[in-house]
Ligand binder design. Structure first.
Ligand code: C5P
Length: 231
């Protein structure tokens, strides 16, 4: 059970200093099996950020949210695939052709460099955006393009799994009931996300901004376990 929960928790390393990111990742690695390298850290440290997290034996979620013409996205995805990321995301707003190019590029990159297959993920709607009207169209694009999952809020996990039970749902906007929402509009507690069937919980400030990060990580982990055990 413990190992399973760890693979459902991704820590958002939203810092611009790689040593600091590594220190954070190490500190919470007993609870988090996935390191999320986002735009800030990747802009600062590039492929080295991915290599260092892999060196800690963590899976890497490259939260780069690619969105450009299909050729450019496909080529960038290939480069990231070669670096051994486990998850890479694309903005579903870029459309089916762009997503498909990303899916193919990522698979090629992983294959060329002998890495395990990576999972292409579509960002449906940012959790900071309260307007979710485009959700169904974006999910349909992700399905048609051959993605393996989506980033969505806790409110949409059920809709995703109703359409595609095998899709990985990656859910940011995780907050303790007594915690600050910061800039997130659509949030859920760890219990609620786990009960809804969210597969990978992205947790940033609720843990990285806590006075006692280890205690906060343990609290998230316990909440997921108790939700999954149904008590
Ligand atoms: O600190 P917090 O838990 O809000 O961090 C959430 C993380 O998830 C951030 O790194 C943010 O970029 C990312 N994210 C998000 N909404 C999405 C996709 C990614 O908040 N739709």
């Amino acid at each position: 059970m413990l190992v399973d929960v760890r693979n459902r928790m991704a820590v958002a390393l939203d810092v611009s200093d790689l040593d600091r990111a590594e220190q954070l990742a190490k500190e919470v690695a007993p609870w988090f099996g996935v390191a999320k390298v986002g735009l800030e850290l990747y802009s600062a440290a590039g492929p080295e950020a991915i290599a260092r997290m892999r060196g800690l034996d963590l899976d890497v979620f490259a939260d780069i949210k690619l969105h450009d013409i299909p050729t450019t996205v496909g080529r960038a995805a290939r480069v990231l695939g070669r670096q051994g990321v486990r998850y890479l995301n694309f903005h579903a707003a870029g459309g089916v052709d762009m997503l498909r190019a990303g899916v193919e590029g990522l698979a090629e990159g992983a294959r060329d460099s002998g890495q395990a297959p990576a999972i292409p993920i579509a960002v449906t709607i940012l959790t900071s955006d309260p307007d979710v009207r485009a959700f169904d169209d974006r999910l349909a694009c992700a399905i048609e393009a051959g993605c393996g999952g989506v980033v969505c809020s806790v409110d949409e996990v059920g809709r995703v799994h109703a359409a595609r039970p095998d899709f990985v749902t990656i859910v940011p906007g995780v907050r303790f009931a007594d915690g600050a929402h910061d800039d997130q509009a659509r949030v859920g507690t760890p219990e609620r996300v786990a009960r809804a069937g969210g597969n990978l919980l992205v947790i940033g400030r609720a843990v990285t901004g806590a006075d006692d990060r280890r205690a906060a990580a343990q609290r998230v982990s316990d909440a997921i376990v108790s939700a999954l055990e149904g008590d």
